[in-house]
Design a protein around this ligand. Sequence first.
Ligand code: PMP
Length: 435
Amino acid sequence: MLTQIPGLRPSLVRWRVWAQLGLYLYLLPRLLVVSTAPFAARWNMSSVSVPPPKCLQKPLAVPHRHMFGPGPSNVPRRILEAGALPVIGHMHPEIFEIMSDIKIGIQYIFQTRNSMTLAVSGTGHSAMECAIFNSVEPGESVLTAVNGIWGERAADMAERIGARVNTIVAAPGGFFTNAEIEKALLKHRPVLFFIAHGESSTGVLHPLDGIGQLCLKYNCLFLVDSVASIGGTPLCMDQLGIDILYTGSQKVLNAPPGTAPISFSERACQKIFNRRTKPVSFSLDLSWLANYWGCDGKPSRVYHHTGPVTAFYSLREGLAVLVEEGLENSWERHQKVAEYFHDGLESMGLKLFVKEKKARLPTVTTIVAPHGYDVKEITAYIMKTHNLEISGGLGPSVGLVLRVGLMGCNSSKANVDMVLAALKDALKHCHRSKV
Ligand code: PMP
């Protein structure tokens, strides 16, 4: 507003107003630059030196593929859709209810009444570490049965926490007698004995009868890996006297990888909750996990980690599918399909890697690498031509075998026929050396 100052001429007043306006116009942008300089330095787009990646500006593309390797298996629509449900809080009452369903589902597939039953937020390896890190203290003796890669890995994990580790070793494809196991238990007096029920690197289904009693006799916890076997072949935790049993979500359960069911017996809990030292891992500490999963009888749950809620939905549905089919039906289906597959392979002139029929894992079949062929060329050819995954060996079986996994919904005669046709085609078209 122009104010009339008494005694000043109107032309002089106008001149002063224009001068003031000019000054403001000159100063304002400069003031703005000075006052916002620190923010500008932080937010100025020209300071971004890593450009937005082009690949992330394209739509996500994932192929449909027949997942007939040793895992992960195909995930049926029902389970995929469960994983796409809305995210809710990891401490909301509804998620606790879902976690309770999962607990009961695991008790069913493990055939156990252990209340210390839950799912680790992680893959099978996390469950292995959860079992070993909680049940073993530095300096204690551990025995692992090595007839493939999983015994080696368990030994590695126990060594990392300062345990005294001993192994019994069988050739890939082989397994142990109870007499051999007892001899080693007597010699090494371990606090924990590890064995893989389904050795997915070699295709061996290890007999477990009587080992639980031996472990009890020598005051040792009995730890069993059932990542590749649970749901596909009989395994009853309580009847077998297993103290710690774990599996993964991505094989017979047909859920995506990322959660790992695990259960601990009363005897295992006694040892774990009377430790002198804290377990080395905070995220796998059973006292924390037991509280998060409502296994410790405490009235309230305390935040430990953000549970992967959508992975819990998928796991719940994977368990629900197995509950609907019934364990015995699933065991029988996997066995029949495996036998049909094995007969088909032998009639093609291929040889099974595990010689003893009863020691053949019905979920993962190992085929002796066809003579004169390069295993990698066969698997690559089948992937490219048939959009189908089968794999080569792993650890001690590298170069020795082809591995085919038909697990959960993938275990069907139609899928066997598809694999046999792909193998025939590969043997016809892949390079074969004369020697
Ligand atoms: N144990 C066995 C017998 C397995 O087959 C696997 C997975 N191939 C694992 C443990 C490890 O599971 P993950 O890859 O989910 O960590």
